[in-house]
Design a protein around this ligand. Structure first.
Ligand code: FAD
Length: 439
């Protein structure tokens, strides 16, 4: 079969890999000039770093299997993460059971309660019961007023803003469950590639190109052409390309913009999933900001979701001894930060960064970068399984393969590989995806 794919992110490239290996003719169109989509990197400190902080969990077996197939297991390192939490401007370590026991913003019994709650949610497999209640409501019922005030409400508000009390408990369950199943003992090990996720994208892109896939960079598709519910072709750079099957591996709002003939009930259904944008300011510093890899910010007056000091996670000598930190936020698409220059955003956030580390100032900086994307985080509503789109779309021979299909898990590169595998198998059921083997 001749197959067209929109998007050279992890999902699109994985689908291409499976299909070309099965003997199909595959072509990818990518709007940007690079592969990897949201997980792509940029050159900094003598190597490549993701525009948005990335790591994987030990339980991410779909991507780990692909890593093995691509022969790059040696580049994937399992590193210890140090987690922290700010409360009223003070920074507390918050990654191990012992650190939790010493977390004084919570009364002692609530520290125990938090640990038990995380243990419980880590063990429960039946997520369906969490579809009918929001994470906020569930925590209100099952944690405690102090836990809600210090931990859950700030985390949900920080991540989802005005949607904080709309997100299903199924989403929160998945986050806690994944983390719990990835832990061994009191320490958490997270996976990261020496050279960045770029190592993964380059290996995947090289494998598919070697097998004959053409990736057309800087070629956004402008229209999915249809006639009476049937796929007719792709409009790209004023040309029409025809295929037997089309995989749309870019965000759903882009599918809706480019495919005009979709039935209104389908459009209504898929637009029940809202998206937040992501924005990361990446600071390249001469010295450390903190000792933590990841700091969740619990103070409502600090307009930052989290600080991710990458070089407190990956070894500093991979980055010429420079210190790299993400100042991360998820924001509604109409947020003023999306219209501001990086200098304006930095100036606005500087006094807030100083609340966490009063010594920090501009002289610590060598340079800084700003990255943003409008379709970065789905906001999972109640009963999402009832409206979740299927891979097949109402247009015959057009398949959707993006993060809207990932549920109840949160979107991630592991699930992008899974989505790519699954859509390829739907198109050609003879495709066999190998199982991940630990050794
Ligand atoms: C802040 C942040 C942190 C994250 N942290 C992690 C993490 O720690 N671990 C993890 O595993 N995952 C993480 N993720 C999620 C992960 O990056 C995504 O789930 C994954 O990369 C999605 O892959 P995808 O292929 O489905 O989509 P995308 O990466 O969105 O790829 C879609 C591609 O389609 C292209 N495209 C768009 N429009 C068009 C068009 N008209 N024509 C042609 N091409 C088009 C885009 O340019 C893009 O390359 C994070 C994401 C963000 C934003």
């Amino acid at each position: 079969m001749k197959i067209g794919i929109v998007g050279a992110g992890v999902a699109g490239m994985t689908a291409a890999y499976r299909l070309v290996k099965a003997g199909h003719e595959v072509e990818i169109f990518e709007a940007s000039g690079y592969a990897g989509g949201l997980a792509a990197g940029f050159p900094v400190a003598g190597t490549t770093l993701e525009k948005y902080y990335h790591h994987i969990f030990t339980s991410d077996t779909c991507i780990r299997e692909m890593v093995d197939e691509l022969g790059i297991r040696g580049s994937l390192h399992w590193l210890t993460s140090q987690m922290g939490f700010t409360y009223k401007g003070k920074l507390y370590p918050f990654g191990t059971p012992m650190q939790l026991l010493k977390f004084t913003p919570l009364p002692f019994l609530d520290r125990i309660r938090f640990g038990l709650l995380a243990l419980y949610l880590g063990k429960v497999d039946d997520w369906k019961k969490y579809e009918s209640i929001t994470g906020y409501e569930w925590m209100k019922k099952h944690s405690s007023p102090a836990l809600l005030r210090v931990i859950w409400e700030p985390l949900l508000k920080g991540k989802f803003g005005k949607f904080y009390d709309k997100v299903a408990m199924a989403w929160l369950w998945a986050r806690i469950h994944t983390r719990a199943s990835s832990r061994k003992g009191s320490e958490e090990k997270l996976g990261y590639f020496k050279g960045g996720f770029e190592v993964f994208h380059k290996a995947l892109a090289a494998a598919i190109e070697k097998a004959g896939v053409q990736i057309h960079f800087n070629q956004p598709i402008t229209r999915v052409l249809t006639e009476k519910g049937k796929f007719k072709g792709l409009e790209v750079a004023d040309q029409v390309k025809t295929y037997d099957r089309l995989i749309f591996a870019a965000a759903t709002p882009i599918f809706l913009k480019t495919c005009k003939e979709l039935p209104t009930d389908y459009v209504k259904r898929v637009t029940q999933l809202d998206f937040l944008g992501a924005q990361c300011l990446i600071l390249v510093m001469k010295q450390k900001f903190s000792d933590m890899y990841w700091i969740n910010i619990s103070d409502a007056d600090i307009p930052i979701l989290a600080l991710i000091e990458h070089t407190n996670f990956a070894p500093g000598d991979w980055y010429q001894g420079k210190h790299l930190m993400y100042v991360g936020n998820y924001l509604p698409q109409d947020h003023k930060y999306f219209k501001m220059k990086k200098e304006e955003i930095f100036a606005e956030l500087l006094p807030h960064l100083q609340k966490i580390n009063p010594a920090f100032n501009e002289s610590w900086l060598e340079e800084y970068y700003l990255f943003q994307d409008l379709y970065a985080q789905p906001v999972v509503p109640l009963h999402y399984s009832e409206v979740k789109p299927t891979y097949e779309t109402p247009i015959e021979n057009v398949f959707l393969a993006n993060m809207a299909l990932v549920y109840p898990e949160d979107r991630g590169t592991n699930f992008a590989v899974d989505v790519g595998n699954k859509v390829a198998r739907l198109i050609d059921p003879a495709i066999v995806v190998p199982a991940f083997k630990e050794t």
